[in-house]
Design a protein around this ligand. Structure first.
Ligand SMILES: Nc1ncnc2c1ncn2[C@@H]1O[C@H](COP(=O)(O)OP(=O)(O)OP(=O)(O)O)[C@@H](O)[C@H]1O
Ligand SMILES: [Mg+2]
Length: 187
């Protein structure tokens, strides 16, 4: 018999053997974006909630909207810096607004990382340990370096202009964050 486990276990928890599990955390938030503007807006709402030390790991196909979500997050952090996908440097750095203490915002794009060994020396460890917010596109390419506690965000195409944005918190802090996001996302 298949057992459906409904629980709030953190992402890294290993489920017992022989139990076919479908984990539905009540903290997960699915948001359907109907336009670029809506993706940026949900990003802004998220950015308003982020604090120094936070890590957001973004996944999703090419053109799913990761960079546009990050544009919103950076705006929500009060930054006026222009967000572009990092290219040669892999990591861009912006500055949050004065009301957020001008903390650094690191924007990594790991699309070009082909082997885990390439991850070292690009500055990702420093960004993750830094006193700022770390936003990582193609986070699956840095699995070994990602902290257990983080916010996972997955974007997928529904149509040419619609995207599903799934926020999955890992750890208590991010569960509370997503619970707050649920309240502020639609206002
Ligand atoms: N609802 C939507 N949300 C976000 N982007 C959308 C939406 N509808 C259409 N788009 C388009 O999808 C593309 C998303 O581009 P974006 O650079 O944000 O994706 P990405 O996931 O960062 O891609 P990459 O993996 O190449 O970095 C843009 O061309 C944007 O105009
Ligand atoms: Mg991108």
């Amino acid at each position: 018999m298949a057992v459906v486990v409904r629980t709030t276990v953190p992402c890294a928890t290993i489920m017992p053997m022989r139990v076919r599990s479908v984990v539905h955390s009540p903290h997960v938030l699915d948001f359907v974006s109907h336009s670029v503007a809506q993706t940026i807006r949900i990003g802004q709402r998220l950015g308003e909630l982020l604090q120094h030390g936070d890590v957001v790991a973004l996944r999703g196909d090419l053109g799913a909207g990761k960079t546009h979500l990050i544009k919103g997050i950076v705006q929500g952090l009060g930054s006026t810096d222009v967000v572009n996908s990092p290219s040669f440097v892999l990591i861009n750095q912006y500055r949050a607004g004065a009301q957020r203490g001008g903390m650094p915002i690191y924007h990594a794009d790991l699309y070009r990382i082909e082997r885990p060994a390439e991850l070292y020396g690009v500055g990702l460890e420093e960004a993750l340990d830094g006193d700022g917010v770390c936003l990582i596109e193609w986070a699956e390419r840095a699995e070994a370096l990602l902290p257990d506690d983080r916010l996972d965000v997955h974007l997928s195409h529904l149509s040419e202009t619609k995207r599903v944005v799934r926020f999955t918190p890992c750890g208590r802090r991010y569960e509370a964050l997503v619970d707050t996001l649920k309240k502020t996302a639609f206002t």
